[in-house]
Design a binder for this molecule. Structure first.
Ligand code: E4P
Length: 215
């Protein structure tokens, strides 16, 4: 499973990238607003840190405008993936991008029918938001299972990009289901690495070693 970091914070991206674990980056307008930088500058900085797919989202609402905006985003760097909302105009734009070889990430997916349509439009990635479904007492991970089944039934090569991950449980289950990618905030990536028994075990090993180190 590929790991993308879901943030507009370049300090976090650098640190996670230094661990050698990051395959790509996702951003969205809210994360960009949080970063508080000019969007082109932000995305350019990210492309200089991570050599992998970087999702940059359009904010237009018609296919023609999304197409224009997405073309501009894609011109910034070869690794840009144009992120498009899962609405009819968005899917229309995805068809055009796909025909021109521009990669797309269809975002704000909340049911498997939407994911099927995004794949038919030729999306490179589909982003189902597991955490936001859990937030309204629905089973976010069941959506990943359903999409995996449907995509495998028909041999779609759209990659499932599990998004809105809230913790290590989403991470592990997405991997078990066979999600192609997970995107997670840095806080979640750090939690995934950590285990209290690793920390206490290491502490004990180092203390014991001191007893014999100078023999
Ligand atoms: C996906 O690409 C989105 O940026 C993101 O995962 C949304 O997560 P949130 O529900 O934590 O805002």
């Amino acid at each position: 499973m590929k790991i993308f970091i879901d943030t507009g914070d370049t300090t976090e991206i650098k640190e996670a990238n230094d661990w050698g674990l990051i395959d790509g980056v996702t951003t969205n307008p809210s994360l960009a607003a949080k970063a508080g930088k000019n969007f082109k500058q932000l995305i350019t900085e990210i492309t200089q840190i991570v050599d992998g797919p970087i999702s940059a989202e359009v904010v237009s609402l018609t296919a023609d405008e999304m197409y224009k905006e997405g073309k501009e985003l894609a011109s910034w760097h070869k690794n840009i993936v144009v992120k498009v909302p899962l609405i009819p105009e968005g899917l229309k734009a995805v068809k055009r991008f796909t025909a021109e070889g521009i990669k797309t990430n269809v975002t704000l997916c909340f049911n498997a029918n939407q994911a099927l349509l995004a794949a038919k439009a030729g999306a490179s990635y589909i982003s189902p938001f597991v955490g936001r479904l859990d937030d309204i007492s629905q089973d976010g991970l069941q959506l990943i299972r359903d999409i995996r089944l449907i995509y495998d039934n028909y041999g779609f090569d759209t990659e499932i990009l599990t998004a809105s991950a809230r913790g290590p449980y989403h991470f592990m289950e997405a991997a078990k289901i066979g999600s192609d990618v997970i995107t997670a905030p840095f806080s979640v990536i750090k939690q995934v690495i950590k285990h209290p028994l690793t920390d206490s075990g290491l502490k004990q090993f180092l203390e014991d070693w001191k007893k014999v180190a100078n023999l």
